[in-house]
Structure formats: C-alpha cells, structure tokens
Ligand binder design. Structure first.
Ligand code: F6R
Length: 587
C-alpha cells in the first residue's frame, strides 16, 4: 500500500535519503511514485507513473537539498497516473498522504465555492487545499493541523512541507501508521520502519491525532490540546541486512526458507517446559477469530483445532464482513484479531468496534508496536521477523504456530514437546523437496482447483490464494464433497486438481471425491500424509505424518512452494504481484 518517507537535516542529501526510503518500501506494492524537495528555498516536485526506477531517471541527484518528502501511491481515488500521484500542492503547502479522507467530496465542494481548482481526482489534493484554505484564515501551522484533525474523517498519515517554514517538516496521523525517526543533526518520517533502517534504527511511533514538528535537531510532538508530549524512543531490533534477499531469487523463497526458524522462535516465545507469556484465558467460553486474506485462513485452522481439541465454540469471520455484521458476544467472549502488519484497516476497525462494546481482545500480530498490537487488551507476537514479499508465507506459518500453542494452552497439553522439537527438521525436509516437475505440468493451465475436507479445506483456501495472487492463474478451493454440487462441470481433461488429505478418518471420503475428478480427466496432485498408492493421482506429495495439531504446519509448505514455482515459470513479479499491497490500510 502507499508509502511515505521524509527527511530534514544537513548530513545527507534529502533527495537521496527519501529515494532510498521509497525503494525500501517498494515491497508494499504501489503504482506511481513522487518526491517534493526544497532547493535554495524553492519547491520542486517530480512524479512518475509505474516503478520507482522511472522516477529516478528524472531526478538529478547532484542537486543538494535538506528537506524532502516522498511517496509511493497505491491508487484509491483516481487512476494511477502522474497527475494523481503524490506529492500534491496547494498555495503554501505540499503533502504526501496515506489513507483515505472519507468526507473529501464535501470538503471539495466548500473549496470549489471558495475559488479553489483541482487537477487530480484525489482526496489528497482536496486535503492539501483544505489545509491551505484554513491557513489563509489562521496563519498558524500547528493550529491549522489541529483543526484538520477535527475536520477530516477517515484515515490519514501526512508528511507536510510549508513554504513559510522551511526549517521544519510536519507530520500527523489518524489510523494510518507513521513513525518519526531520529538521527544526529537529521530526522526522518516514514510509514514503515524499513524505510529508515539504512540510516537509523531509532524511532518514535506517532499516535492518532498527534502532530509532529521536526527540524534537523528536534522532534516535538503535540497532543490534541497542542501540548508538547514526551514520546518513547524505540529501537528496531532487526537489521537492514536481515530484510534483504540473502542470495535467494525472491523474498518469498527466502521467507519460506526461514520457516523452520520462525516456527522455533514462535514456539520458544510461548513454551519451554511450560507455557509462558500467554494471558490467562480461563474465563472465556466463546471465541471469535477475525482477519483478512491469509490471516483469515489461519483463523479457520484455529477454529478446527480449538473447537475439536479445546471444545470451545469458535466463530471465524473476514474482518470486512464482521465489522458490519450483527455479532453475538458477551463478557465471556474473546475476540482474536490476526494480522501480520497489525495495520490492516478492516481488522483495526473490528478491534475498535469490539472494544467499544467492552469485549476483550487478543491480537496475534507480527509487527511490534503496530496499531492492532497496541490497541488490543492482550497481544501475542508472531516471531516471523520482517516479511517483505507481498504474499505472506512465514508470517502465516507463525500465525498457525501461535494458534497451535493457544490450543495446547487451552487444553493444557504439554505432551507434544518432543514432536515440536523435531518440526524444524521436518519443515526443512518439506522445503527441500523439488516441486519443479509438478509446477511444469500445471503452470500453463488457466484454472486450478484445490479440494479437501475439514482442516485440509482451510489449507486449500490458503494454497489457492497463494497460487492465484502471485501466478494470476484462476484458482478455487472447494470442500471435496461439494464439488459435485456444481463446480465439477468445470473439470475437463488435464484440469489440475490439488487434492489434500491429511486426516485419516476422512481419507477414504476424500479419495472418492478425488476419483470423481480423475475419472473426468483431471490431472491430480495428491498431497497426503498417508502412504497410500493408487491410480487416482498423477503426482503425490508425501508429507510426514505428525500429530493432528502440528500437521498443517508441514502441509502448507508444498502449497506455498508450488505457487512460487508456478509463478516463476510464468515470469510473474513474484514479490510484488500486480494490484496488491503488503499492508492494506484502506477499507
Ligand atoms: C496474502 C496476504 C494477504 C494478507 C491480508 C491481511 O498472501 O498476504 O491476504 O494476509 O491482506 O494482512 P495482515 O495479516 O497484515 O492483516
């Protein structure tokens, strides 16, 4: 999703720092980019559609600047083109913006009636014009930005330059994340930590409605009453190194290879000889799990495990549905929010709605200090480290691991410790299998189906999402018994069907359903932990058999790598699939 970087200082060239920052945010997904910088007190703005490389070609890096803001845009209002891309200017102000101003049409109307004109279709151009409009009446930047907090509805993180005060860079946020990073005689703003890691690892998290006034030496943060407040300076533990590709062709592959370590790190955080760092959950008799995309799929696995083994009813829903649905909960309900980024707008909105109703929340989040983590009653961090590839793999695996630990905790089951210790080795084995032949046999197909029952169906959904999002092949997941109620009409000669069966008690049923597609010409890839042979499949992927609780951890790996190999054969931009963003901070 959109990315923001900004710099003020004398040690570096602002243009270079901001462009470096934008490049390290490329993984978030975007469709245009732009920069505004001050050269000899004059404002310059350069914007381009497409990749940051296009923008770089138009920038003269010999120009010296001490103040700049930059942006990568993922289009929401108006198509991705040069005019709609950020920064946007009006009068004395230039801004970059993440988020959506929901009442921008109303504000635009007021501005049009007051003589303002607009070039773009964006809410951001309205936002900057409105800031300028207020400034024409008030002439005090801080008080104008404070008013904006009352007037703008929706979500925003702004980086702001005012031509009347080139000694300062301004920032404010509501809902969309923003950090202010600290250097020596230089300071930065960014929507994400990786943007500043090349220069510093010290940062402040800006909270909702806070305004930051930043010069090269000082960062001053104001609350809603424009009172100065002290903010904690945090240090990012990882390094830029650790978020680089480390010899792999793609971040996605590197991140899959990190899964054994991620599993171990997540386990070690919550379990040694006993459970640790887990909140007391004994009072809850009902659980709701909410997330989007893969996080929702992880929640489905959690439902199967918790309901079956801990005997607690679990409702799983997609955040964008749950937030508008009628939900039934009470003081004994725990709402679990799952999110890699901790910033997904719909999941965050659910959290806030649930909190308003005084319902307890537990978030399972990867990014430390993210909004969802900070605002939840309890948080369990997944220890996946920085995930760069847009398609999640290791963070999803860490979510599964956390849900497994929760199930063990809820059932007070510590018997699996030996088996758990062996899991990283088994994960390595699954990662090192060569899936290229299977990928070669399916990568030219237009439609691919995944079928499975019970918990395997939840894995099918994740396998199918992984495949379609990075390879652009149409793919659907079905409960194995459901196919013959309609969808089987789409199965023809050589249609790939990936059939998953890891549950002994349902093996025969799933095999019967697999035979139904095989007899209609399907090319079957059978993923199982059962060493059964037969003529109902073309390829078999044998997954080591482990306890029911741990099985999904191993079964997901071939699905992730198969998606990767198929996308690679199709020449796709694996780490940055079209139209997608790493952190979806709009509704
Ligand atoms: C798919 C994927 C997305 C995310 C979803 C939620 O590979 O990455 O479906 O799972 O956008 O994001 P988070 O987990 O950051 O809330």
């Amino acid at each position: 999703m959109c990315g923001i970087t900004g710099y003020i200082g004398k040690n570096n060239n602002a243009i270079k720092v901001v462009m470096d920052g934008l490049e390290s945010l490329e993984y978030r997904g975007y469709d245009s980019a732009g920069i505004a910088f001050i050269e000899n007190k004059n404002l310059n703005i350069i914007k381009e559609k497409g990749k940051i490389a296009n923008l770089k070609e138009n920038i003269n890096f010999d120009i010296q600047s001490n103040l700049a803001i930059g942006h990568t845009r993922w289009a929401t209002h108006g198509e991705p083109n040069k005019v709609n891309s950020h920064p946007h200017s009006s009068g004395k102000f230039t801004i970059v913006h993440n988020g959506i101003i929901e009442n921008y049409l109303e504000l635009k109307e007021e501005l049009l009636n007051n003589g303002y004109e607009f070039q773009s279709s964006t809410d951001t151009e309205v936002a900057v014009a409105y800031i300028n409009y207020l400034y024409e009446k008030d002439n005090n930047i801080l008080s104008v930005l404070n008013k904006v907090n009352d007037i703008f509805r929706g979500s925003y993180a702004f980086g702001i330059i005012c031509l009347d005060d080139l000694d300062n860079l301004y920032a404010l946020r509501k809902t969309s994340p923003l950090i202010i990073a600290k250097g020596d005689n230089e300071n930065y703003i960014a929507s994400d930590v990786p943007a500043i890691l090349k220069y510093t690892n010290k940062y402040i998290l800006l909270d909702d409605f806070e305004i930051a006034k930043i010069d090269e030496d000082n960062i001053t943060v104001y609350d809603k009453n424009l009172k100065e407040i002290n903010k904690e300076v945090l240090e990012f533990e990882g390094s830029l190194e650790s978020s680089m590709k480390g010899g792999y062709d793609h971040f996605m592959l590197k991140e899959i290879h990190e899964e054994p370590t991620v599993f171990k790190n997540t386990i070690d955080t919550y379990l040694d000889t006993d459970f640790k760092n887990i909140p007391d959950l004994s009072k809850y008799n009902k659980i709701h799990i909410v997330g989007c995309g893969s996080a929702y799929h992880a929640g489905l696995i959690g439902k199967y495990l918790i309901e079956k083994l801990a005997n607690i009813p679990v409702l799983v829903d997609i955040a964008s549905e749950y937030r508008y649905n009628k939900v039934f909960y009470d003081e004994k309900t725990l709402v679990i929010l799952i999110s890699q980024s901790g910033e997904t707008a719909d999941t965050l909105a659910v959290l806030r709605k649930v909190k308003e109703d005084n319902i307890d929340t537990l978030s399972i989040v990867n990014v430390v200090g993210s909004s969802i983590a900070r605002e939840s009653k309890y948080v369990m961090y997944t220890k996946a480290g920085c995930e760069i590839a847009v398609a999640t793999t290791k963070a999803y695996l860490a979510q599964l691991t956390t849900l497994i630990i929760l199930t063990m905790y809820l059932t007070n089951n510590k018997e699996l410790i030996d088996e758990i210790n062996n899991m990283p080795t088994l994960l390595e084995e699954m990662i090192n299998i060569d899936y290229k032949n299977i990928a070669l046999s399916i990568y030219e197909n237009k439609d691919i189906f995944f079928i499975g029952r019970s918990i395997d169906y939840a894995l099918c959904m994740e396998g199918s999402l992984k495949l379609k999002e990075i390879s652009y092949i149409n793919s659907s997941a079905y409960q194995a018994g459901e196919l013959k109620h309609g969808t089987i009409s789409l199965v023809e000669k050589d249609t790939p069907v990936i059939s998953i069966s890891t549950n002994e008690s349902l093996l025969e049923k799933t095999i019967s359903n697999t035979k139904e597609v095989k007899s209609r010409g399907a090319k079957v890839i059978f993923v199982t932990n059962n060493d059964i042979d037969g003529d109902f499949y073309d390829y078999k992927i044998l997954v080591p058999k482990v306890s029911e609780l741990l099985q999904p951890i191993l079964t997901i790996v071939p699905l992730q790598i198969l998606a990767y190999e198929v996308a690679k054969l199709n020449g796709c931009d694996i780490d940055k699939p079209r139209n997608l963003a790493k952190s979806v901070t709009v509704e």
